[in-house]
Design a protein around this ligand. Structure first.
Ligand SMILES: C[S@@+](CC[C@H](N)C(=O)[O-])C[C@H]1O[C@@H](n2cnc3c(N)ncnc32)[C@H](O)[C@@H]1O
Length: 311
């Protein structure tokens, strides 16, 4: 049985653009490092058939289960692995899945995770503060909120959440400890900033920044990009959708660096680094969702996609 779109929580972002950017060919091999509910994976399998193969990775076992349902029609053409993409090269080697024609990242959180009760990603319900993509791995948001120093919390909120009131919020959180649930945290933030004003709840940025810290999202991204590049065959495509300016900064800098022959410091008279360009940006600027996509799927608003080709 093939499930229809309304059976899923997550609407894949920039779907047509991703398929185009990956330059999908029949019989091609692709890795979807953030398989989620399998929306992009399904489109990749469809476009690469007959003979296409897909390795899908997700840290979240619930995502793997959801993707499994969605991809049933392509049984035998895909492999789903519940793991963190930070060890992408090891995973690809283990399954002998290299070189590949394309690697996709659609970073961050899926609507499935946001809407699932009990994960602590949202403050719509009172839930334990967990926020780990992979349950059982690493520290939880509750541990961070209750054990980190006020300064460290403030810098997480300022840096990852671009929250100007980071200090104020961190002070209130430390005074309100212990904080065990998502609603307790949201209330502490409300008190810190003097209530809820405007359309966006003041805890939104705090929740996002804690999620980034819990899952070490920026460190994982830094770690995986060179691995993805090493897995690409000739003219293989690297396609990355990000939702946060800090992620985009890392991706942009990586593509720039790997597209240059020499990365010696400026004014070095003769090249001593021996670095060779292995990437070519396909578009100079990031690709953004169309107006109609942004209206239809508000979650796509902050998305931007960068594409590069192995040379
Ligand atoms: C935006 S969703 C992907 C949605 C998917 N493209 C779709 O069409 O359904 C991001 C997914 O990446 C996963 N993820 C984030 N960081 C990860 C990591 N370091 N390793 C593995 N999976 C990760 C999350 O668990 C989540 O399911």
């Amino acid at each position: 049985m093939i499930l229809s779109e309304p059976d899923f929580h997550h609407t894949p972002v920039l779907l047509k653009e991703v398929v185009e950017a990956l330059g999908i060919q029949s019989g091609g091999r692709y890795i979807d490092c953030t398989v989620g509910e399998g929306g992009h994976s399904e489109a990749i399998l469809r476009a690469s058939s007959p003979g296409g193969q897909l390795l899908g990775i997700d840290a979240d076992p619930d995502a793997i289960r959801a993707a499994e349902k969605r991809l049933q029609a392509y049984e035998g053409s895909y492999l789903l692995v519940n793991d963190n993409f930070s060890t992408l090269e090891r995973i690809a080697s283990e399954y002998n899945f290299k070189p590949v024609h394309g690697v996709l990242f659609d970073l961050g959180l899926s609507s499935l995770q946001l809407e699932a009760k009990g994960r602590g990603f949202s403050f719509r319900h009172d839930e334990p503060l967990d926020m780990r993509f992979g349950p059982g791995q690493g520290i939880t948001a509750e541990q961070i909120v209750n054990t980190y120093s006020q300064d460290k919390l403030a810098s997480i909120f300022r840096e990852y959440g671009e929250e100007r009131r980071g200090r104020q919020i961190a002070r209130r959180i430390v005074e309100s400890r212990p904080i065990r649930t998502s609603l307790e945290l949201a209330k502490a933030v409300e008190k810190a900033v003097g209530g809820v004003r405007g359309r966006i709840h003041p805890a939104t940025k705090v929740f996002m920044s804690l999620r980034i810290a819990v899952n070490q999202e920026l460190a994982n991204l830094e770690e995986v990009l060179p691995q993805a590049l090493r897995l690409l065959g000739y003219e293989g495509r690297l396609v990355i959708i990000s939702y946060h300016s800090l992620e985009d900064r890392i991706i942009k800098a990586f593509i720039k660096r790997e597209s240059q022959d020499c990365i010696c410091p400026p004014k070095t008279p003769v090249c001593i680094c021996g670095h060779k360009a292995t990437l070519r940006p396909i578009t100079k600027k990031a690709i953004f969702p169309s107006e109609s996509e942004r209206l239809a799927n508000p979650r796509s608003r902050s998305a931007r996609m960068r594409v590069a080709e192995h040379v």
